[in-house]
Design a protein around this ligand. Structure first.
Ligand code: HEC
Ligand code: HEC
Ligand code: HEC
Ligand code: HEC
Ligand code: HEC
Length: 332
């Protein structure tokens, strides 16, 4: 889909916006006389399709809301470890207009105090003249510029944040063996995140079909997700999947089993990760248990922060959790 469909026609967008502005909250598929007379028998009720403008779609996503929630001209949260680097993935202004912006600029008293826009259209798209937009970054990079651990080496003992790109690539924790996924090693130039995290005229949040997510009350962090596998199976209807996944069932069943296994192991190890995280703070840093914890922590964190419960790379996720478990066993 990407690459080939490089130019996206804005007319579609304009239409959606016009419909939304006109207050057309109703039925799109049945409004056309031909559609109702040819395809839908009178006895079958179809759900009315609510047309949501692209702008509203995006404004409702975490991509947009997050930055506003986090800063929004408020005081800095003293418990929060902000760095100036944070904004290079979180703020439109810092990404596009002012690479030297400092995080303090966005809080009370700063020059961007009132600038709370998160990731908007132009962070991902470029306007290429009249009615044409394209993606600013291609392929895996269209998401991977931000969904990356952003480090050349994933250091044993360190923290790991949003490593979705590394997980797909199969980048090991320092000292391990690379474990690239089939998708990344064999389809590097023909596949990318958005082939599973699909978008369409009703959805610009890039969650895979079938995901339900929950968030902490402030909205600043996701607490969990569930996946409806039947709904997820609809991704395989795309033309570019059928040659290998004519019947999606075995793949979806495998995915379900993988996610159950990885999800269960994460929850089994989480109490140790949390509890010992506090304990080691007061321990002698030469204590071998501190080293064991820190090593285990990195392996656990990698899989946890990827947040796909093994969907991005089951082999690597499993390997990391085995290693985390082995390190944590030394704490007993
Ligand atoms: C997080 C990145 C991101 C943001 C933010 C974003 N888009 Fe997109 N958009 C994409 C990607 C990726 C695609 C899919 C491209 C493809 O499949 O070739 C897409 C597709 C589209 C399409 C084509 C939709 C279709 O059904 O084919 C339009 C039009 C569009 N975006 C407009 C917008 C507008 C307007 C905004 C802001 C209100 C916006 N986008 C925000 C990444 C983004
Ligand atoms: C400019 C940086 C940037 C780009 C580009 C980007 N993202 Fe994100 N993405 C973020 C940030 C920051 C968040 C965190 C928002 C939050 O958790 O509140 C996020 C969150 C998400 C989430 C979780 C949303 C939720 O509700 O929990 C998904 C899924 C996601 N991105 C997928 C994608 C995909 C797929 C692409 C490529 C089309 C993409 N992102 C491009 C920065 C980016
Ligand atoms: C082979 C399909 C596939 C590809 C390719 C893929 N993902 Fe995912 N992704 C998933 C599935 C399945 C989940 C798990 C959904 C769940 O159970 O919550 C997921 C989860 C996520 C999440 C956590 C939010 C959520 O919905 O659970 C983020 C963020 C994310 N993916 C981003 C990315 C990015 C960025 C890329 C590209 C570097 C990528 N994904 C590539 C299928 C894929
Ligand atoms: C390389 C790009 C990048 C940088 C730099 C970055 N973030 Fe993020 N951040 C992301 C992405 C991508 C996500 C979404 C990950 C996901 O949903 O799995 C995210 C998510 C978050 C979340 C939500 C976490 C959750 O549990 O849902 C918080 C809070 C956050 N970032 C704060 C920060 C802070 C504070 C900094 C600076 C110390 C920072 N970020 C630096 C890309 C980045
Ligand atoms: C060239 C063949 C090929 C094409 C085309 C292809 N896949 Fe796959 N896919 C595979 C193979 C092989 C596996 C199992 C490989 C593995 O376990 O890493 C797989 C596995 C998957 C998985 C399961 C990951 C897991 O947890 O085991 C998902 C999801 C997936 N593919 C989605 C898609 C989607 C969506 C498309 C179309 C946009 C697609 N694939 C196109 C070959 C392909």
């Amino acid at each position: 889909m990407l690459g080939k469909k490089r130019f996206l026609i804005l007319i579609g967008l304009a239409l959606v916006l016009v419909l939304a502005i006109a207050g057309c909250g109703g039925n799109t598929s049945n409004n056309s006389p031909t559609a109702s007379s040819t395809s839908t028998p009178a006895s079958v009720k179809t759900e009315p399709v609510k047309v949501v403008s692209l702008v509203d779609q995006v404004k409702n996503t975490q991509h947009y809301k997050f930055f506003a929630i986090q800063v929004a001209g408020k005081e800095k949260d003293a418990n929060y470890d902000y760095e100036d680097t944070c904004i290079k993935c979180h703020s439109q202004v810092a990404i596009l207009n002012d690479k030297n912006a400092k995080i303090a600029d966005f809080f009370k008293g700063g020059k961007y105090e009132n600038q709370t826009e998160g990731i908007t259209c132009i962070v991902c798209h470029k306007f290429e003249g009249k009615d044409m937009i394209s993606l600013r970054n291609k392929g895996w990079d269209s998401c991977g510029v931000c969904h990356t651990a952003d480090k050349p080496v994933l250091k044993l003992g360190g923290e790991v944040h949003h490593p979705q790109l590394e997980m797909m690539k199969g980048v090991p924790i320092e000292g391990g063996t690379p474990m690239p996924t089939f998708k990344y090693s064999n389809m590097k130039d023909t596949f990318s995140c958005v082939d599973c995290h699909i978008t369409n005229s009703q959805k610009h949040d890039f969650m895979v079909p079938g995901v339900k997510a929950t968030y902490v009350p402030s909205g600043i962090a996701r607490t969990g997700t569930t996946l409806d596998y039947d709904q997820f199976a609809t991704v395989f209807k795309q033309e570019k999947c059928v040659s290998c996944h004519a019947d999606p069932k075995p793949t979806v069943d495998k995915l379900k089993a993988h996610q159950e296994e990885i999800g269960k192991k994460l929850e089994e190890l989480r109490p140790i990760f949390d509890e010992w995280g506090k304990k080691v703070e007061t321990m002698d840093k030469n204590d071998p248990k501190v080293k064991a914890y820190n090593n285990g922590k990195t392996y656990f964190w990698y899989v946890d922060a990827d947040a796909s419960k093994g969907a991005h790379n089951y082999t690597l996720a499993k390997d990391c959790l085995q290693k985390a478990e082995a390190e944590f066993a030394k704490l007993k």
